[in-house]
Design a protein around this ligand. Structure first.
Ligand SMILES: Nc1nc2c(ncn2[C@@H]2O[C@H](COP(=O)(O)OP(=O)(O)OP(=O)(O)O)[C@@H](O)[C@H]2O)c(=O)[nH]1
Ligand SMILES: [Mg+2]
Length: 458
């Protein structure tokens, strides 16, 4: 147990139906006894049964602060494993703050961000990957993110990582024992055997690493830049994807000057779409800044949508754009298919090896095909959420990568017929790296770093 008693507002700081102030620690009941007054009886709240709700007032001396419901949770069956009180009060920002101030006045200290979850971790209720997923659940932007975070919260990552670590530690233990006691444990031919044990472990890690790439995109959204010449219909496309008139559309070339960003949800996948200024040579200072930004946005994009006005001849500027997008994931849209075509798919395919789709942003045609293509591009057609474990956390990904590299070193040592203690050094590194994912053998710094990222009151 950590000792002191912490308190924080657990709900958002806006006026809402209810607000919750949470208290956790040894003094939690002592504090609530001093500031809670029940509606009828005089009984102390600390004498009531655990996991019950009580109706009364929060008071500071004679002054009533709010009418509340108090939830009492006695250790160890609580989130933090400590005595916990939750005060449900009216949801006005001022009221909630007043209650927190009173709780602090009578002995609690304001919690650091994420400190409740940190205590849950330190007191052994959850592992580190679960703790991190608490934050992810709170911040989930779409169905996928929510679902994977919930899976992780239930311990999906923990399970896989634990299994891998068990296999590795077994081999380390074997090597150590054999080196100590060669009469009972034989290491002849062990290198080969170890190699055959490491391979499936490395495959498993590799599989997790692949999900990490999808995972990041699924969680944070695909950064998508819509680019093209002025008047091609970029803003019209954005509007069509968003489903409302978000960007200004006119027939004047050079309408969009600055970058405009919108989030779109495609059946559970988020797209962070930016509409950019039409790319062309210009002497207009403001437009030129916009054009430079448009070019810059190509560099940062996971996906570029290059919109071409198919009712007009291509020009040098199209060649320039094709050059800029050469290395990027790109979909070329031949827009304005409702008009007489001047640029055809075949012509476009001669200039670029990218996927080409005909659409009409104005009449909303071809948008479905665009959406399907995006899904295929990023998830090879299958984005349905199966039971696969997804890695959605950058820290986990790095640790997996490091573990993989260490195992590769083990393989090298085997290949070069190095002495066995070389194997165990790198096996140990892999073991420790995997351990950092679930918070075993982690440094205090790392723990603090992770928990300080949490929202207050969680
Ligand atoms: N016929 C037809 N017209 C379209 C289509 N898409 C866009 N337009 C028209 O093309 C003109 C330019 O559209 P915008 O969406 O403003 O083009 P933009 O690429 O954003 O242009 P800039 O912001 O100037 O770079 C407008 O008059 C639109 O109504 C389409 O599919 N068919
Ligand atoms: Mg525009």
């Amino acid at each position: 147990m950590t000792g002191d008693t912490i308190a924080a507002i657990a709900t958002g700081m806006t006026n809402s139906g209810i607000g919750i102030v949470r208290i956790s620690g040894n003094e939690a009941f002592h504090i609530i006894d001093k500031i809670y007054q029940s509606k009828n009886g005089k009984k102390k709240i600390s004498e009531m049964e655990s996991h019950t709700v009580h109706y009364g007032y929060i008071v500071d001396g004679n002054q009533i602060i709010d009418e509340v419901m108090v939830l009492i949770l006695k250790a160890p069956n609580t989130y933090t494993r400590e005595d916990t009180i939750e005060i449900d009060c009216h949801g006005g920002v001022l009221v909630v703050q007043k209650i927190l101030e009173t709780v602090i006045k009578y002995g609690a200290r304001p919690a650091e961000p994420g400190e409740f979850t940190k205590r849950a971790f330190l007191n052994g209720r959850i592992d580190l990957s679960q703790a991190e997923s608490v934050m992810d659940v709170i911040q989930a932007k779409n169905d996928f993110a929510l679902k994977t975070s919930m899976e992780q919260l239930k311990g999906s990552v923990l399970k896989v990582v634990k299994e891998l670590r068990e296999k590795i530690i077994y081999e380390i233990a074997y090597i150590e024992s054999a080196l100590d006691d060669p009469e009972h444990y034989d290491l002849t031919g062990y290198g080969e055997k170890l190699d055959s044990i490491i391979n499936p472990i490395m495959n498993e890690i590799q599989k997790l690493l692949v999900t990490a790439d999808n995972g990041k995109i699924l969680k944070e959204g695909i950064n998508t830049a819509i680019v093209g010449k002025p008047n091609a219909g970029k803003s019209s496309l954005l509007n069509s994807l968003v489903g409302k008139e978000r960007a200004i559309v006119t027939d004047i070339a050079g309408t969009t000057r600055d970058i405009l960003e919108e989030q779109i949800n495609l059946n559970g996948i988020s797209l962070n779409v930016i509409d950019t200024a039409g790319i062309r040579k210009t002497d207009d200072i403001v437009e030129k800044i916009g054009v430079d930004r448009a070019k810059e946005s190509i560099k940062d994009a996971d996906l570029v949508i290059y919109v071409v006005d198919s009712s007009r001849e291509l020009s040098n500027e199209d060649d320039d754009i094709i050059e800029l997008i050469k290395e990027k994931n790109t979909i070329i849209l031949l827009n304005k298919m409702d008009l007489a075509p001047v640029v055809t798919k075949d012509e476009m395919l001669k200039l670029s090896d990218k996927k080409v789709i005909s659409i009409s942003a104005k009449e909303n045609k071809g948008i479905d095909e665009l959406e399907e293509t995006i899904k295929d591009m990023f998830f090879h057609g299958k984005i349905e959420m199966n039971d696969e474990v997804y890695i959605t956390n950058v820290r986990h990904k790095t640790a997996l990568k490091n573990a993989y590299d260490s195992l590769e070193l083990v393989k090298k040592s085997i290949e070069n017929q190095m002495p066995e203690d070389f194997y165990s050094i790198d096996l140990m590194n892999a073991y420790e790296e995997l351990g950092t994912i679930i918070g075993e053998s982690v440094e205090d710094d790392l723990v603090n770093e992770i928990f300080s990222k949490f929202c207050m009151g969680k």
